[in-house]
Design a protein around this ligand. Structure first.
Ligand code: DGJ
Length: 342
C-alpha cells in the first residue's frame, strides 16, 4: 500500500496535490486514468467523447468542448476542441476548431445544439479531413439524431460545418456511432437506430460525406448498444460498446467479427479491476464509457481504449480513462491501472 502511494505521488502528483499541480513541466511520461489531465499550458484537457487520428508523426485528439462550469441540462456543448501530441502523454492545445454558432440562431450548430462524440477521418480521394458528430438541433432535446459533418484541409483545423444527414435509414436518425475507416479507405457508420435502438451498419459514399445505399441491422449486437468503438487486427474486427443509461455508467460489452456486415460474436465485458478513485469496477466500466480505440503507431499491434467519466452537472470537469487494450485468445481485455506507459 505504501509503495503504491509513493508511486502515485511521484508519477501522478495530481492525485494528492489537489489536482492543480499536474502540469507536465518535465514532460509527462505516464497515463493517469481517472485523474485531471492537463495540456502543455497547464489547463485541463477539454475534449470529451473524442477520437484521434495520426498524421505525419503527430496525433490529433478531437473531442467535445464543454462550456466551462455548465451542466448538460443548461446546454454545455461549445464545439470541437483539438489537441496535438507526438507521444500521446503531452498535448498541445490547438483550440476550438469547430465552434457552435453564437451569431445565427437558425444555424444547425447554433449555441444550444447538442454536439457530441466528434470523430475525424482523412479521405485520400478528396484530400479532405472529414469530421462527424452527433447533432441534435437547438431546443429539441434528444429527439431526432443527425450526423453533423464538417470538413477541413488541415488536421489542426479550422473545420467548416458542411451539412447533416439522418443515419440508419430512419426519420428519427441515429444516436451514438463509430465511423470506422477500413484499410481500403472505405468508411462505415455503425450506429444505434432511433427510436427502436437496433444496432445498424451502413457504408459512406466515396466522398465520405453521405451514406450510400441502405443500412443493415446487426441482429447479433444487442439493442441499445451505445458508444461503439472499433479496431481491426489481423483481419478481425473488434468492437467495444456500452449499454444505454444516459450519463450514468453501465457495463461495457465487446464483439468480434470477420465481416463488418454480419457474424458478430459476443465476447462479454472486457473490463477487469477497480478504479482506485471511485471504487467502480467492470459492472460500471470504472465509472466511464468507451469513446474510441486508438492504434498506437509507434507500437504496431498495441491499442489504447479511450473512455470518458462524464460529469453532467459540471460537464467540463469530466475525466478521461485511457487504458491498454489487450487482444488475447480472440478476447478483449481492458484492465484498470493507476498509472502506466507503453
Ligand atoms: C450516452 C451517450 O453515449 C452520450 O454521448 C450522451 O449522448 C449521453 N448518453 C446523454 O444522455
Amino acid at each position: 500500500m505504501l509503495l503504491r502511494l509513493f508511486f502515485l505521488l511521484v508519477l501522478c502528483p495530481s492525485t494528492l496535490i489537489g489536482q492543480q499541480m499536474n502540469s507536465p513541466l518535465d514532460g509527462r511520461k505516464y497515463f493517469c486514468p481517472g485523474q485531471i489531465w492537463t495540456d502543455l499550458n497547464g489547463n485541463p484537457i477539454n475534449a470529451h467523447g473524442g477520437g484521434i487520428i495520426y498524421v505525419d508523426g503527430t496525433y490529433y485528439w478531437y473531442g467535445e468542448h464543454k462550456l466551462l462550469g455548465k451542466s448538460e441540462r443548461e446546454g454545455a456543448d461549445g464545439g470541437v476542441h483539438c489537441y496535438s501530441s507526438t507521444d500521446l502523454y503531452n498535448w498541445q492545445d490547438e483550440g476550438i476548431i469547430l465552434s457552435v454558432d453564437y451569431q445565427n440562431p437558425q444555424s444547425d450548430i447554433a449555441l444550444g445544439c447538442i454536439l457530441e462524440r466528434p470523430k475525424v477521418i482523412y479521405n485520400k480521394r478528396t484530400k479532405l479531413y472529414v469530421m462527424y458528430f452527433k447533432l441534435y438541433l437547438p431546443g429539441r432535446g434528444y429527439d431526432t439524431g443527425y450526423v453533423g459533418v464538417a470538413t477541413g484541409t488541415n488536421p489542426s483545423g479550422p473545420f467548416q460545418y458542411s451539412h447533416k444527414f439522418l443515419g440508419a435509414g430512419s426519420s428519427k436518425g441515429s444516436g451514438d456511432f463509430c465511423m470506422f475507416q477500413d484499410e481500403d479507405g472505405n468508411v462505415y457508420h455503425l450506429t444505434v437506430r432511433k427510436p427502436d435502438k437496433a444496432f445498424c451498419i451502413g457504408r459512406l459514399q466515396d466522398d465520405c460525406l453521405y451514406p450510400e445505399g441502405t443500412y443493415k441491422v446487426l441482429s447479433d449486437i444487442p439493442l441499445h448498444t451505445e458508444a461503439p468503438a472499433m479496431v481491426r487486427k489481423d483481419g478481425i474486427y473488434y468492437m467495444i460498446g456500452s449499454g444505454s443509461s444516459g450519463w450514468a455508467p453501465n457495463a461495457a460489452r465487446s464483439f468480434s467479427t470477420q465481416n463488418l456486415w454480419k457474424g458478430y460474436k459476443d465476447l462479454g465485458n472486457p473490463c477487469i479491476g477497480v478504479n482506485t478513485y471511485n471504487q467502480l469496477g467492470a459492472e460500471k466500466t470504472f465509472g466511464a464509457q468507451i469513446s474510441f480505440i486508438l492504434p498506437v503507431k509507434q507500437r504496431p499491434g498495441f491499442y489504447i481504449a479511450m473512455f470518458d467519466i462524464w460529469n453532467p452537472e459540471r460537464a467540463s470537469d469530466g475525466l478521461y480513462v485511457w487504458l491498454p487494450l489487450r487482444i488475447e485468445n480472440g478476447k478483449l481485455i481492458v484492465e484498470w491501472k493507476d498509472q502506466w506507459s507503453f
